[in-house]
Design a protein around this ligand. Structure first.
Ligand code: GTQ
Ligand code: FE2
Length: 371
């Protein structure tokens, strides 16, 4: 048999916590490599750091650069079966060129020209759309056409059939968030193509899911069983905006209902459980009143934010950016995040926190570091 090069390379430093590098030790290490063995004592610093050390970096993608790139793709790249989506993913600079915004989260800008259709498919990956500007696209989830407009949040749980159809005379862009990287590392993914014909020409104002579920505090008696993902396919801007405005108004009336002074926030939830909308993804909307500065927040797990409105300064670790409408930024695990704004700032946020909570690995600096 020809010798096969071992993928194991033991790189031991000459340091106080490592054994003396004698010829015998070198021979032992080469023997480990041949046998595909790795000792803990050369790896422990990387594998068991005192706190999370993300490979991902804090990074900002500006909407003023993203949108023209998506428009160019709209001119040059057809959308159809095989490629499936004209979606362009944010690739975190710390993750070796993978199309992953963080180690667990996919974030992409997707673009559809007037009258274009993105074909039907389904996959185990959980997904959502969030619309920072524009309208005219209906996403059809299991045959239910759901209109997409500015400020709307549209979750779509894994294994549901879905396609997107632009029924208007203007192009539309939006962002997709999915758990693609998480399901990729954990090797859990399945995918199926749907039928090639366009499933519906209908474009109703209200989806079936909203007719059944979008009545706050009211549950159809025929649907009392909890479901792992939300049955509501659109969370409309009108309600999100009002909820945030009312928190700030109550605060101004002297009630401490905000997460900190000037910082209103809501979580999108599954009406059958009160839990997160999707098993692997948490989504929230944050509103900072003018002149607000937040405390630094750290948590296990990563997030991606999109600026919905306003301007502000975002600090992650020792990086600070000025941000404006549409800008997207990635916050790696355990890196401190703080926000500041003069004129007011509206932010959409998604994170992988439900995964860590379910595994009892979640921690934040707000809870005395208790897991
Ligand atoms: O719209 O179905 O950004 O399947 C990545 C994978 C969007 C989608 C993405 C997808 C979709
Ligand atoms: Fe999809």
């Amino acid at each position: 048999m020809p010798p096969v090069e071992s993928p194991v390379h033991i790189q031991a430093m000459d340091s106080a916590d490592q054994p003396k590098r004698t010829p015998q030790l070198e021979r032992l290490y080469r023997d480990f490599e041949r046998q595909l063995l790795v000792p803990l004592w050369t790896e422990i610093g990387g594998l068991m750091p005192p706190q999370p050390m993300s490979k991902a970096l804090a990074h900002l993608w500006r909407w003023k650069d993203l949108l023209p790139a998506a428009e160019q793709a709209g001119e040059l790249v057809p959308v159809g079966r095989g490629g499936e989506r004209r979606a362009i993913a944010l690739a975190n600079p710390g993750l070796g060129g993978s199309p992953f915004a963080t180690p667990t989260l996919w974030a992409a800008i997707q673009y559809l020209n007037p009258q274009e259709d993105a074909p039907v498919h389904r996959h185990t990956q959980n997904a959502f759309r969030f619309v920072v500007e524009g309208e005219g696209v209906w996403t059809v989830v299991n045959g239910d056409p759901v209109a997409m407009r500015r400020g709307d949040f549209l979750p779509q749980a894994g294994w549901n059939w879905h396609g997107h159809h632009n029924r208007s005379d203007t192009a539309m862009a939006w962002i997709d968030g999915l758990d693609i990287p998480f399901q990729h590392y954990t090797e859990a993914t399945f995918f199926e193509f749907g039928l090639d014909e366009v499933e519906t020409r209908e474009a109703p104002e209200r989806s079936r899911s909203e007719r059944l579920w979008a009545h706050p505090g009211l549950r159809p008696l025929t649907h009392l069983d909890p479901t792992p993902a939300t049955p509501l396919l659109a969370y409309r801007w009108e309600y999100t905006d009002r909820a945030l405005a009312e928190q700030l108004a109550l605060e101004a009336e002297g009630e401490p209902v905000t997460v900190e002074p000037g910082h209103a926030a809501v979580r999108y939830t599954n009406p059958t459980t009160g839990d997160d909308i999707l098993p692997t993804l948490r989504t929230e909307f944050h509103r900072l009143a003018h002149g607000t500065e937040t405390a630094a927040h750290q948590e296990v797990g990563s997030s991606v934010f999109q600026v919905f409105d306003g301007t502000g300064q975002v600090t992650v670790g020792d990086t600070t950016w000025s941000v404006e409408r549409g800008d997207l930024f990635a916050v790696p695990s355990w890196q401190p995040l703080s926000l500041a704004t003069d004129q007011g700032l509206d932010l959409f946020r998604f994170s992988d926190t439900p995964v860590f909570e379910r595994l009892h690995l979640n921690r934040t600096n707000m809870e005395g570091n208790q897991a």
